[in-house]
Design a protein around this ligand. Structure first.
Ligand SMILES: Cc1cc2nc3c(=O)[nH]c(=O)nc-3n(C[C@H](O)[C@H](O)[C@H](O)COP(=O)(O)OP(=O)(O)OC[C@H]3O[C@@H](n4cnc5c(N)ncnc54)[C@H](O)[C@@H]3O)c2cc1C
Length: 427
């Protein structure tokens, strides 16, 4: 079923104005046809347009309809699995390249916001919060690891210091990353879409790609039209649903849920997060939260394997919020929504080519706001013939999900149960 509107969320309710973008009708020709107008597609489009390519973006629903318009808004550096895991699975040169890139996505976001004047409530500063000594030890080694790759805007916080940045007694320490931060995610996507159009790029909404004719000159079909291109970039991530079966076999859509409170009185908002940093804890099934521009607490957490929409999101997330901030017990929840990210077995992104002219990037496994912006740059470099950084990503191992499409959900839920038990036991 075609989606003509955004799902209800705080972001949809506070979105900046955007034009209607008509569906593709008839035949058109371009250099690069990009499937999906989330951050991956939009970032790729912007880098390509800046380098003089002709670009057409096909979006099944609306710009930012997927995870990019629904996420926690947290600018989190590095990847869902860290560089030490990468170091163990690939050679030193590849690890060096990927390690150097681990903080680049956040810089790209800030450059985009500055260059194109995007209004998306950006704030600097993100905190990783440790619930137990093991997590604190992990943050200490993570800081050393990141510094080894030149990422130095990091500060460890002890129990007293973390209480000065977040008003809860749940944490015994943390790490502050001043190159992290937070944004209104849908407004970032809408601003990037406007930037794409300002450079001559074409975006068709309500235009799902339903078939790709793979040949020396690929053709992407939609219900009412087709795009002939030199290259295709597949950027549908967790919402791709069946277009490219070989990508689906090695990834799994998962839902995560978010609530937004009513706007908090200024003093209460300030008391919760005095510096207005965003916070995520270090659990495997993590909680993440921040203040919006109009001082709501936006609180996310939980994972639903297989991306079914849970019946009552507030019942799942509100208790998590109250565990962190019992002082919000009388506060009303104005919005609750869910969105899908794409999990891979290694929790590292999957980047590659299908044949010579179809490129893809997917599966950042929950931490994708920065990675997707970097992916756009790396894909654009590869299309221009500079594939060194693309190859560093493409060389990461891709594993099929155990159990195949039928049993991947129970297998993964079992794994998640095991990790959440470890979170609760603090081991
Ligand atoms: C609720 C939630 C909270 C999150 N919080 C954070 C966070 O705080 N920080 C963080 O770093 N990451 C977070 N993430 C992850 C992050 O949002 C994603 O990794 C990132 O937005 C993925 O961007 P994308 O462009 O690859 O995919 P998406 O944004 O999902 O975009 C894919 C687009 O492709 C379109 N599409 C799919 N198939 C087709 C087709 N056949 N034809 C045309 N169009 C198609 C879809 O409609 C969609 O618009 C969160 C994710 C969710 C769901």
């Amino acid at each position: 079923m075609a989606h003509t509107a955004y799902p209800q969320s705080y972001y949809a309710a506070s979105a900046n104005q955007a034009p209607e973008r008509p569906a593709l009708e008839g035949e058109t020709q371009t250099d690069v046809c990009i499937i999906g107008a989330g951050y991956t597609g939009l970032s790729t489009a912007l880098f390509l347009l800046e380098q003089g390519f002709k670009v057409t973006l096909l979006e099944a629903a609306k710009v930012g309809f997927g995870a990019s318009g629904r996420n926690g808004g947290q600018i989190v550096n590095s990847y869902s699995r860290d560089i030490d895991v990468i170091e163990r699975s690939v050679g030193p040169k590849q690890a060096q390249l990927l390690g150097q890139m681990a903080f680049e996505g956040a810089r790209i976001i800030r450059e985009r916001i500055a260059t194109y004047g995007i209004q998306c409530d950006i704030k600097d500063g993100g905190v990783f919060a440790a619930i137990n000594p093991k997590q604190m030890g992990h943050l200490e080694s993570q800081k050393r690891l990141w510094e080894r790759y030149g990422h130095t805007q990091l500060e460890l916080l002890d129990a007293t210091q973390i209480q000065r940045v977040v008003a809860t007694d749940r944490y015994l320490g943390g790490m502050l990353d001043m190159s992290g931060g937070h944004i209104h995610p849908l407004n970032l996507a809408l601003g990037e879409a406007a930037a794409v159009e300002s450079l001559g790029g074409v975006i068709h909404e309500q235009s799902p790609a339903i078939r790709i004719e793979r040949s020396a000159n690929p053709v992407v079909h939609t219900p009412k039209g087709k795009v002939r291109a030199k290259f295709v970039v597949v950027a549908g991530n967790a919402y791709l649903s069946g277009l490219v079966p070989e990508l689906e076999a090695k990834s799994m859509p998962c839902g995560t849920q978010v609530i937004a409170t009513e706007p908090l009185p200024e003093a209460l908002a300030h008391s919760l997060l005095p510096q207005d940093y965003c916070v995520e804890d270090c659990n495997y099934l993590l909680d993440y939260y921040r203040l919006s521009g109009d001082k709501r607490l936006i609180y996310g957490g939980g994972v639903v394997y297989g991306a079914r929409d849970p019946a009552d999101i507030e019942t799942i997330i509100r208790p998590k919020m109250l565990q962190t901030f019992p002082q919000l017990k009388d506060v009303k929840i104005d919005f609750a929504w869910t969105g899908n990210f794409l999990l891979t077995l290694s929790r590292l992104p999957q980047v590659g080519r299908l044949g010579d002219n179809i490129y893809y990037s997917q599966g950042c496994s929950g931490h994708g706001v920065t990675y997707t912006h970097l992916a756009g740059k790396v894909l654009a470099e590869a299309l221009r013939g500079q594939a060194e950084r693309f190859d560093a990503f493409a060389g990461l191992p891709h594993y099929p999900f155990p159990g195949g499409r039928l049993f991947r959900i129970p297998f993964t839920a079992l794994g998640a149960w095991y990790y959440s038990l470890r979170d609760r036991l603090g081991v």
